[in-house]
Design a protein around this ligand. Structure first.
Ligand code: CTP
Ligand code: CA
Length: 226
């Protein structure tokens, strides 16, 4: 019922969201991943849909139910997430990158399970860098580029890192998770960093925060050029 009465702040908007971790395969039975639960991204997808948006959610491997009315695409690796997001981005007015994308993947994918050898030699993993999905979307030409929101989980110096990351990624709004580590938790606190400065959304359940964040984004989007 509360969901039904949310103000339709994103009516007529198309919103693309990434969420969850990625999984970078080493061989057919192993891989590299991280502790992202996807909960914040899924809450934002739900809040955006409640606010009247048409929502596409590109999700890494998480076992979370798809919010009502949301179109969901499941991916595993960062490269798959990149390949799903880039062609969709120009059809959306807003992009919210909450996914904890693996920065690196194994340089070579073994076709068969890597076996322990008789000599018990420990294999060495060689890594290569994944594409930066948010930075690539933020670099799309005007007219094809959605308004971009980045996320950052930092262990220290959140404000400084969030400011630097906002500049580096070239996005109008960067949202920092205020520690301690929020992975998997049901509540969170956020620091919103934009050209005007920084404002804090105090600790609250993730859905409450997601609704507040959607309102903050909608206000900025309404004032944005194009
Ligand atoms: N991101 C992305 N693709 C990547 C890496 C990050 O889309 N390959 C996005 C995340 O979804 C997030 C933002 O970029 O919105 C910041 O991610 P983060 O990991 O904090 O920043 P990095 O630039 O990867 O820097 P570092 O991990 O070294 O702090
Ligand atoms: Ca990273």
């Amino acid at each position: 019922l509360i969901a039904f009465f949310q103000p339709k702040l994103l009516a007529g908007r198309r919103v693309l969201i990434t969420a969850g971790p990625t999984f970078e395969p080493i061989d057919p039975v192993r891989g590299i991943t991280n502790h992202s639960s996807g909960k914040m991204g899924f809450a934002i997808a739900r809040a955006a849909a409640e606010a009247g948006a048409e929502v596409t959610l590109v999700a890494g491997p998480v076992h979370l139910p798809t919010p009502a009315g949301v179109r969901r695409l499941n991916v595993q690796s960062a490269q798959q997430m990149f390949d799903a997001v880039l062609p969709l981005a120009p059809q959306h007015g807003l992009f919210v990158a909450t996914a904890a994308v693996a920065d690196w993947r194994p340089a070579a994918l073994a076709g068969e399970k890597i076996k322990k050898t008789a000599e018990q030699r420990v294999p060495t993993l060689s890594l290569t860098e994944n594409p930066d999905i948010l930075a690539a979307v933020a670099r799309l030409p005007a007219g094809q580029r959605p308004w971009c929101v980045g996320f950052a989980a930092e262990s220290h110096d959140l404000l400084r890192h969030a400011r630097e990351k906002r500049e580096r990624k070239g996005v109008p709004l960067l949202v920092g998770n205020i520690g301690p580590a929020t992975f998997g938790q049901d509540d969170n606190a956020l620091l919103l960093v934009d050209a005007q400065g920084a404002v804090e959304l105090p600790r609250a359940p993730k859905l409450t925060l997601a609704r507040a964040l959607v309102a903050e984004i909608a206000r900025r989007l309404a004032n944005a050029p194009t």
